[in-house]
Write a protein that binds this ligand. Structure first.
Ligand SMILES: *Cc1c(COP(=O)(O)O)cnc(C)c1O
Length: 328
């Protein structure tokens, strides 16, 4: 635990990230940092892309999920884990549980894409389906946790999840050295809070900026009001960032350690996806392109800076990918 200037304890500090880094050693991929002269010319800056779409399960969420499960005590390990998610967190918990030889129950909406349900089952997890219009998934998850002694691991608002996600920035700095600016996709804030914690500890002069979809700028509003602002589920192609609100733990770190939050439009996301595919040969999901799109939009005068960009994931159905980038 670290104490902020205002005396309020933050949920994680840099030592927690270093501890996660040791637990992930030899388990998570140390993903490459990509460079592109064409991208640099376009952004008029020096860009370092941390390629988490090449992480296990296709997104950074494996880091936080595995770190959380690796910290279970013996009784928690014997009973197993429960999570609710239709996206990358489900697969992160399912694979991590398999690696730890642990039972995993994943609560998913019954209208989730068949491929995602199959992938989650493929990792050996039990999938419990619910009706997203009539049932409350949190109550369902909590009920399961109580009845069967399972430990609930949330997708972002948890210290071990946040610390695990911070290893993304730690490895990026190891490879790229000091940066002027770090751009990080923002949904519920697990990735941004972890990465900002690392930046503050290693390179205090590096600006840290979160990037949200324009349609769902609850994080930007929260930073402006210095209080968590909740919004209706936003309509955006960035389905990994469709969160309604930051968590209290992630917001606590973000308000202390993040300089700004900017937004990008769905059209800018499609443009970034197209660039990544055609020029850099990378298959990146819409949410994974948030930080790339912000660098190209050059929302602020970033010319000439050394910029770190987190590419957060690559899990998108190929037909959906094709239809998105084919649209005029
Ligand atoms: C979950 C997710 C995000 C957002 O991460 P948070 O920790 O919720 O802010 C961004 N990109 C991808 C690909 C994700 O799966």
């Amino acid at each position: 635990m670290q104490h902020s200037a205002g005396g309020r304890a933050l949920a994680i500090d840099y030592d927690d990230v270093l501890s996660a880094q040791r637990r992930l050693e030899g388990v998570a991929h140390r993903t490459p940092v990509l460079r592109s002269a064409t991208a640099d010319a376009r952004a008029q800056a020096t860009l370092h892309f941390k390629a988490e779409h090449l992480q296990r399960i296709g997104a950074f969420k494996f880091r936080g999920g595995y770190n959380a499960l690796d910290r279970f005590d013996a009784a928690q390990q014997r009973a197993g884990v429960v999570a609710f998610s239709s996206g990358n967190h489900a697969q992160a918990i399912a694979l991590s549980a398999r690696l730890k030889a642990m039972r995993a129950v994943i609560v998913m909406p019954e209208d989730a894409p068949e491929a995602k349900i199959a992938a989650t089952r493929g990792y050996g997890a039990e999938v419990v389906l619910y009706d997203r219009y009539t049932e409350d998934r949190e109550a369902l998850g909590r009920g399961l946790a109580e009845r069967e002694g399972l430990t609930l691991v949330p997708p972002f608002n948890h210290p071990h999840v946040m610390a695990g996600q911070g290893t993304v920035a730690n490895e990026l700095f190891d490879e790229a050295g000091e940066l002027d600016l770090l751009l990080v996709p923002l949904g519920g804030g697990g990735l941004l809070s972890g990465c900002a914690t690392v930046a503050r500890a290693r390179y205090p002069n590096c600006r840290v900026i979160g990037v949200e979809p324009e349609a769902g700028n609850d994080g930007q509003q929260s930073l402006a009001r210095d209080a968590i602002v909740a919004i209706d589920t936003p309509r955006t192609i960035a389905d990994g960032a469709q969160t309604a609100a930051l968590g209290d733990l992630t917001f606590g770190v973000i308000r202390q350690c993040v300089d700004a939050i900017v937004t990008v439009s769905d059209a800018e996301l499609v443009d970034a996806m197209t660039f990544m595919a055609s020029r850099m040969k990378q298959f990146v999901e819409p949410t994974g392109c948030l930080a790339v799109a912000a660098a190209f939009a050059n929302a602020e005068p970033w010319q000439g800076l050394r910029i770190g960009i987190v590419i957060s994931g690559g899990n998108v159905d190929p037909l959906r990918f094709a239809s998105l980038i084919a649209a005029p």
